[in-house]
Design a protein around this ligand. Structure first.
Ligand code: PLP
Ligand code: ZN
Length: 561
């Protein structure tokens, strides 16, 4: 059990974490931070780190998940750190290091966020979630939610490249394309979640998101320690001091990456695990640069950019909120800058990185390379300083023909292009209502959580069912009486009242008699048991030997569209 505390940054209220909190119960501030028993954590790292797996979870004492059994993982993290040799030669700078986040399971550093956030959802028992995204969060969350058995509703803007939306749809998420800006998509997502009472992932404002990004700092320090000692950066570092670079560079939209990374470096620094803090350089695209503009005018808050003008959708966040102040404070304290680069500079840098060092990145990442080139040219970064660049995402070729053409649903912002006089609120509620077409309910009664998750996932990815679950026969009967499902999917071997008895109870009750039942069991049925079920159930599937299509075709027979 990994216990950690929540502390309110505003009033100092503190509690042992026992589940997600929207805000501080005393002062209602949303600024809650996780804090850990650092002495115990570093003590365990000292003796155990060398034999731990090369994933973000090697640092689990400083991550906000209480039980390792809730971790949803593809082995994310421990991405390579290497020197950009040819670029370095060309630019006259020998210490440019690439933290290659393209090598995450879905091709961007959002995999760290998805791993921790989705594990936290699993730990909180969440089965359905809503997220807004400029692209990569949607892809990463979709993959992890598929694995965790969580149905995901993704709100993206129409500027997100089709290839990325297709990838999201492939994972079985619901993709809603909002004709508006990212900040409007976020707003719509929040209203949809509230109206449907579905969990909303608040991105940078969630504990899990920020904590996940600390692992970038931990890995950089551990790997750079090896590298600067002339050893293999990919080996666990137990012999050399961990090292903090002089600079950490990243292109930003919401700013989560650098905020979490700086928190990670601060934890190492404050508790004596690594010396120093990096200067921080953040880059925005000139067509959407609220933070860079405010920073260069030395303003404490940034003015929102209502109409982003950039091809680089990943970075088109015009409303930086509190993130700007946090980044600015870090830079005031440790040095650094927030700069803007043009789309044209980014696309030029994209080619340079690919052609000089074989690093093919997505345009958002190219913004970081372009920013680096500018800082070197200006002499802001000097040749003896070590630089680590967050190589945040890959440009991978995308298979165009596997999910057909109809993989998003269009949503028009009420009031747009129509002459109707419906107030925005009414129009929006109707539009949100229409997004969720589900009318049919299925109850799953299953005591094995893995089996329940598999069945749930098959149903979720088909899209159009409300799913309720119970973990034993008694609970199951109560659930069926309350929700009157259109179908019951039933396990046979369960503690207390078993599946056979549930079947008998349902068939004996005239009000429940007609609800169809499909049995899914690991049990080899004896002839007597088969007779006991005969005529009372609509389908029988053997665990471990049926595919999604088998279950769906059984369901189709009982519940035609
Ligand atoms: C999200 C993202 C960014 C911006 O990161 P933030 O820390 O959220 O501002 C940069 N590059 C890529 C590839 C991204 O996916
Ligand atoms: Zn408070």
């Amino acid at each position: 059990m990994n216990n950690f505390d929540l502390v309110c940054q505003k009033c100092g209220w503190r509690t042992v974490f026992s589940g997600p909190l929207a805000n501080c119960p005393i002062c209602h501030s949303e600024q809650l931070e996780a804090t850990y028993d650092y002495t115990a954590a570093f003590g365990r790292w000292r003796t155990e780190l060398h034999e731990r797996a090369a994933t973000i979870w090697r640092y689990r004492e400083l991550l906000p998940i209480r039980h390792t059994s809730n971790i949803v993982s593809f082995g994310e993290g421990w991405t390579p750190l290497y020197r950009a040799e040819n670029l370095g030669l060309m630019l006259g700078h020998p210490h440019i290091y690439i933290k290659d986040e393209r090598q995450g399971p879905t091709g961007s550093f959002k995999d760290r966020q998805a791993a921790v956030a989705v594990s936290a959802m699993k730990e909180a028992g969440i089965r359905e979630a809503v997220v807004a995204s400029t692209g990569n969060v949607a892809i990463a969350y979709s993959a992890y939610c598929a694995r965790a058995g969580i149905k995901l509703w993704v709100f993206v803007t129409s500027s997100v490249p089709t290839e990325k939306m297709r990838e999201v749809a492939l994972y079985g998420s619901e993709v809603i394309k909002v004709a508006g800006t990212y900040d409007e998509a976020k707003q719509i997502a929040a209203e949809f979640a509230a109206s449907k009472n579905i969990f909303l992932d608040k991105g940078i404002r969630t504990i899990a998101a920020k904590e996940s990004m600390k692992t970038i700092a931990f890995e950089i320090a551990e790997q750079l320690g090896n590298l600067l000692a002339g050893e293999d950066p990919m080996a666990p570092n137990i012999r050399h001091p961990w090292r903090v670079p002089h600079w950490f560079l990243q292109a930003v939209s919401g700013g989560l990456g650098p905020i979490g990374t700086m928190k990670g470096f601060e934890e190492l620094n404050k508790h004596g695990w690594a010396e120093g803090m990096p200067k921080l350089a953040c880059f925005q695209v000139a067509g959407c640069a609220p933070m860079a503009t405010a920073f260069h005018h030395d303003l404490p808050t940034a003015a929102n950019v209502m109409h982003p003008a950039t091809e680089i959708a990943t970075l088109a966040t015009g409303v930086p909120g509190a993130a700007y102040g946090i980044l600015r404070d870090y830079i005031k304290q440790y040095g650094g800058t927030i700069d803007a680069v043009t789309d044209a500079e980014a696309f030029r840098a994209l080619k340079v990185a690919a052609q000089m060092d074989g690093i093919s990145v997505e345009p958002a990442t190219a913004v970081t390379f372009a920013g680096l080139f500018n800082l070197l040219r200006q002499g802001t970064i000097t040749p003896h300083e070590t630089i680590v660049l967050n190589c945040s995402g890959h440009t991978f070729p995308v298979e165009k023909h596997i999910v057909g053409d109809q993989f998003t649903r269009d949503m028009t912002m009420p009031g747009q292009g129509t002459a109707e006089d419906t107030p925005r609120e009414d129009g929006l509620l109707t539009a949100l209502e229409e997004l969720d077409e589900r009318v049919r309910r299925i109850a799953i009664i299953e005591d094995n959580p893995d089996a329940a998750r598999l069945i749930r996932r098959i149903l979720q990815s088909q899209g159009d069912f409300f799913i309720d679950e119970a973990t034993d026969g008694i609970q199951g009967l109560r659930l069926i009486r309350e929700t009157r499902p259109n179908l019951v999917i039933l396990d046979l071997m369960m503690p207390g009242l078993d599946g056979f008895s549930v079947v008998d109870a349902l068939r004996a009750d005239p009000t429940l008699r007609d609800i169809p039942i499909i049995v899914i069991t690991a049990k080899e049925l004896s002839p007597i048991e088969k007779r006991r079920l005969s005529g009372k159930i609509k389908g029988l599937l053997q665990k471990g030997s049926f595919m999604d299509v088998d279950l769906m075709s059984d369901i189709q027979e009982v519940l035609p569209e």
